[in-house]
Design a protein around this ligand. Structure first.
Ligand SMILES: Nc1ncnc2c1ncn2[C@@H]1O[C@H](COP(=O)(O)OP(=O)(O)O)[C@@H](O)[C@H]1O
Ligand SMILES: [Mg+2]
Length: 289
């Protein structure tokens, strides 16, 4: 059943990260930031991250990617795309279908590798990383949200959220406690025991947002995160992401066709024919509180 999560990163266990159990205070309804920094290892990771935060959280230079379609045939998906995203920004990537948006997101998220060019995440060139380092980076620095939610259909909401923490080496009980906190954060604590098929599209996407946050990534990527939702639900999901971004400083990069998503973001990066055509710089650069 994990096939349905094929593009979601299921990291192998990482014994270097022996995480301690999160401290919880469900009665007092802990703040978003507390939920996201609730354990020692998380706080440590946050600190390490902060020391690297002098530069941008994402830097992409001259990215080139071709997909082979046959013997002498290939598609030039990226033709030298460059961009920068500062820590704590929420940016939209827009552009015509086929302009390379998803490819760009997959390369930044280390789900795929470029033919040439650099991806630098928190100051580290991902091209220079070996298998294990890359797996760790993928499981701890980035989270993904997809248009079709991509939840494991046989697992409850809570299990779906906890899964990636267990893969990253957090003990089961701690993973579940943290998953419960995150479900509360996204407003569906009461649906924790339900299967995806028992949830509305909006509820499923909230589960997916909680899942994306489980390993305290510095960046959450969304590929058309509101693409399968009606307008009202889409607005709710936008607002959940915006709140998490503001309160935690988690960077959001959202590939979207939805003008309302783009409007909610700090800026819009426009792609065309495998290049970044236009990158509206904001007057104000978001900072982490
Ligand atoms: N796995 C793949 N194999 C072959 N061609 C692909 C693959 N993924 C994307 N492409 C092609 O690369 C180009 C860019 O695709 P994509 O990044 O998905 O664009 P967008 O997300 O902007 O619609 C398109 O021409 C698409 O058909
Ligand atoms: Mg796409």
């Amino acid at each position: 059943m994990l096939g349905s999560m094929s593009s979601y990163t299921l990291a192998t266990s990482d014994r270097h990260r022996q995480l301690t159990a999160p401290t919880r205070d469900p009665k007092n309804g802990s703040s978003t930031r507390a939920v996201l920094t609730a354990n020692t290892a998380g706080a440590k990771a946050e600190k390490t991250r902060a020391t690297r935060m002098n530069g941008p959280v994402i830097e992409v230079r001259n990215l080139v990617k071709r997909y082979r379609l046959g013997k002498n045939n290939h598609v030039h998906a990226l033709r030298g795309a460059s961009l920068r995203v500062e820590a704590g920004e929420m940016v939209a990537i827009v552009g015509p279908s086929g302009s390379g948006k998803s490819t760009m997101m997959h390369l930044i998220g280390c789900l795929d590798t470029p033919d040439s060019g650099d991806v630098i995440i928190n100051g580290r060139r991902t091209g220079g990383l070996k298998g294990r380092e890359l797996t760790t980076l993928r499981s701890t620095e980035v989270g993904f949200i997809f248009q079709g939610f991509n939840l494991v259909p046989t697992m409850t909401a809570l299990e779906n959220v906890a899964l990636a923490a267990e893969y990253a080496g957090l003990p089961r009980r701690a993973s579940r406690a943290r998953a419960a906190d995150l479900l509360e954060l996204v407003g569906i604590a009461d649906r924790a025991g339900h299967l995806p098929s028992e949830l509305s599209g909006g509820q499923q996407q909230r589960v997916a947002i909680a899942r994306a946050l489980i390993n305290r990534p510095s960046i959450v990527f969304g590929d058309e995160p509101t693409g399968d939702l009606d307008t009202a639900t889409s607005d709710e999901i936008i607002s959940v992401m915006r709140t998490i971004n503001r309160e935690t400083g988690t960077t959001f990069v959202l590939v979207t066709h939805n003008p309302e998503v783009a409007e909610a973001c700090d800026r819009t990066i426009r792609m065309r024919d495998g290049r970044v055509e236009d990158d509206e710089r904001p007057a104000r650069v978001a900072t982490i509180a």
